[in-house]
Design a protein. Structure first.
Length: 711
């Protein structure tokens, strides 16, 4: 089935059949919407007992309708849907909207029915929205295949929305968003068409400039990955609001739409690596859409992702600085030339700095404009954010006063190359006149200080994504897969795990496996004191907990004593554990402890992670995760993102650690996870001791947990 071809019948229909249509059901609601919003195509209600519905001629069955039908809206109970698909196939209908619930979201029987519906649709080449959905709206073509009452007046715009939740579609369409919509799609369970299919159609659509997804899960990661690449090339940002970050939200999502959520850090990594933007609230979605619609077509400039900010109130400026800090927005360090220019513009008692309080220029718009020009000329500023009161309930005399400033901002925006964003610190509606003035100059006016700062970060991210896309060579990974024999256990022993690491070029300590005390002493003498003693067993995964580890063993006497002690501890901890022997290892000198590892996610596949060792990763969750494989650039970005990265860079006079060796090892861990994702469930290298710069690193302990093999 050619989904990309047939989806046009769903999204841009010229004729609609409404199966099961009466004046008091969902199909009747769709019919009312089509009539109210003056759908220009042919409408055919279908019901065996109705001669007309809302004055429109009704047909007893689909086969009785004359001519071709582009899409059929199915408003029947779930158990009747399969038969309706047969009727559509006989009529040659290529698209459907299935409104009914009662499928995978309700349990095993519903899942079974949904699989059969999917099989039939695919077999007959029919694309379908749903089931368990409200349907969809094409605002520009007035096609409201949508069961919730809707009025398209003043809704037309360039934002395409795809949502697992129908109520979210209703809320967004009711939110008085100035930018307006091209499509609103309540996709439901994605039995046939996935979110990625809708996104692709919108990326190719001339009326869509921004794409928004409200997602409870990601059912087609590969498809979404492919369409995200196309979106960057076409300069059409995708913004996702993903639910399921908390355990209770994941349970709710599953009950709602049959969704199976992945852990948040994996989905975050997926979005980051595939140039997909994320919002954390509906307000952030709305503000980001407005800002990006106005600014996304600006040329990709130098790598300056810092802001200059002005306000006409010192108190509001302080609040907005806090909002910027909380959203990780960075202020540019303006030059002495910029400071001098501002100083020469404002009265002597004003302070020339960034962020800038321009209260004194409130009644002197020429001074205000000169301050904006000065900030725009500074090399360390990539965007100017202007805090300006624009609340909808503003007194008319204040409107007249602030209108002069708004006009000045619109005027100066045409003189400078840097993007301008104007924001009200409150989310309480906007003065429409202010919005209209700035819109004519392509300057976004948004509301909410925190929402604006998040949107600025998304704008900077989009500029990075576009630049990355322009510079990307998409060279294939030429590294060869390394074969390894995993055996039949549920996990590898430490020695086996380390041998896998060594095959991928990750350095491990010198290690000799021994079977008695004499061999242990001989091995320790060969390696050189101090040494480490460890029981090697695939059945005891946590050595410290089991007390089968001895550090800083400094003599033959200590070796003998420690050997007996850790073996006795192993037997006491797990009497049935398989013991391969005792590993005598070199004691690695002091360095920075780092955790490397990865898991294979059921939806997204292999992942790779790096974290600061010790309590930092366990208590402070100081780690970075990406989907594997990764390149060196990504590895360095992951390391730099750690709060503990300062320890690697030489904190408080300490010598710098070998970050280059760590980055290379991180890349190799990603390769291991990809090469063996069919066998490895989880890899934990903890700790990795990163030595001084130029001396490399050593993987001191490692554990590979294997997937269960099928029968």
């Amino acid at each position: 089935m050619n989904k990309n071809n047939n989806i046009r019948y769903l999204l841009r229909p010229k004729s609609v059949a409404l199966l099961g249509c009466s004046e008091h059901n969902l199909a009747g609601s769709v019919l009312e919407n089509l009539l109210r919003n003056e759908f220009p195509g042919n409408i055919y209600p279908v019901h065996p007992r109705n001669s007309s519905v809302f004055g429109v001629k009704c047909y007893a069955k689909i086969a009785d309708i004359p001519g071709e039908i582009d899409v059929c809206v199915v408003a029947l109970r779930s158990e009747l849907v399969l038969n309706s698909i047969e009727e559509m196939k006989e009529k040659g209908i290529r698209a459907a909207v299935i409104l009914a619930s009662g499928f995978s979201e309700v349990g095993p029987e519903g899942k079974k029915l949904e699989r059969e519906v999917a099989r039939k649709l695919n077999e007959y080449g029919i694309v379908a929205c749903g089931p368990n959905c409200l349907g969809l709206i094409n605002v520009h073509d007035k096609a409201t295949l949508y069961s919730a009452a809707t009025d398209l007046s003043n809704m037309k715009g360039n934002i395409g929305v795809v949502s697992h939740s129908g109520s979210v579609c209703i809320a967004l369409s009711s939110a008085s968003i100035n930018a307006g919509f091209s499509y609103l799609v309540s996709c439901g369970n994605e039995t046939n068409l996935t979110v990625a299919d809708y996104f692709r159609a919108m990326v190719e659509d001339v009326n869509t400039e921004i794409i928004v997804g409200f997602l409870e899960t990601i059912r087609d990661p590969h498809g979404l990955q492919e369409v995200a690449k196309l979106a960057v090339k076409k300069n059409k940002p995708i913004i996702i609001l993903k639910v399921g970050k908390s355990e209770i939200a994941q349970i709710t999502a599953t009950a709602h739409s049959g969704a199976l959520s992945s852990p948040t850090d994996v989905t975050d990594a997926f979005f980051e690596q595939n140039c997909i933007l994320q919002a954390n609230s509906f307000d952030e979605v709305v503000v980001a859409c407005e800002l990006l619609l106005r600014l996304k077509n600006l040329p990709v400039q130098n790598d300056v992702y810092k802001i200059g900010m002005t306000a006409i109130s010192g108190g509001q400026l302080g609040f907005c600085c806090d909002a910027a800090f909380e959203k990780d927005v960075t202020f540019g360090s303006i030059s002495e030339d910029t400071i001098e220019r501002i100083r020469n513009t404002l009265p002597s008692f004003a302070t020339a700095k960034n962020p800038l309080d321009v209260t004194t220029a409130l009644f002197e718009t020429d001074q205000y404009k000169e301050c904006l020009r000065a900030l725009a000329m500074d090399a360390d500023i990539g965007l100017i954010a202007i805090c300006q009161d624009a609340e909808a309930g503003m007194f008319h005399k204040e409107i007249e006063l602030y209108k002069k400033i708004v006009l000045a901002i619109a005027e100066v925006s045409n003189e400078i190359e840097k993007p301008l964003v104007v924001f009200s610190p409150f989310s309480s509606g906007l003065v429409q006149e202010f919005y209209d003035i700035l819109a004519t100059a392509d300057v976004p006016l948004v509301q909410g200080a925190h929402e604006c700062m998040h949107a600025i970060n998304l704008y900077f991210d989009w500029m990075r994504f576009r630049k990355k896309c322009l510079c990307s060579s998409d060279l294939p990974d030429t590294a060869k897969r390394v074969d390894f024999t995993f055996g039949d256990s549920t996990s590898l022993s430490e020695r086996e795990s380390k041998s896998l690491l060594k095959m991928y070029g990750i350095e491990i300590p010198e290690d000799i496996l021994v079977m008695n005390e004499d061999e242990a002493v001989k091995a320790a003498n060969s390696i050189g004191y101090p040494v480490v003693l460890k029981v090697d067993s695939p059945d005891i995964l946590h050595k410290t907990e089991a007390k089968i580890l001895k550090l800083n063993v400094n003599s033959a006497e200590e070796v003998r004593k420690g050997y007996s002690e850790i073996l006795e501890n192993a037997r006491r901890y797990n009497s049935s554990a398989r013991i391969n022997g005792v590993s005598v290892q070199e004691m690695i000198p002091k360095g920075v402890e780092i955790l490397l590892g990865g898991k294979v996610d059921s939806q997204f596949g292999a992942t790779v992670m790096v974290g600061t060792g010790g309590i930092f990763v366990e208590v402070f969750k100081d780690y970075a995760l990406r989907l594997a494989p990764i390149n060196l650039e990504t590895a360095y970005q992951m390391i730099d993102s750690l709060k503990g990265s300062a320890l690697l860079r030489g904190f408080r006079g300490a010598k710098k650690s070998d970050v280059n060796a760590l980055a290379k090892a991180l890349v190799q861990v990603g390769r291991i996870m990809c090469d063996h994702s069919d066998r490895i469930a989880e890899l934990d290298i903890n700790p990795v001791i990163v030595l001084e710069e130029g001396r490399g690193l050593k993987a001191v302990d490692a554990l590979v947990v294997l997937k269960k093999q099928r029968g």
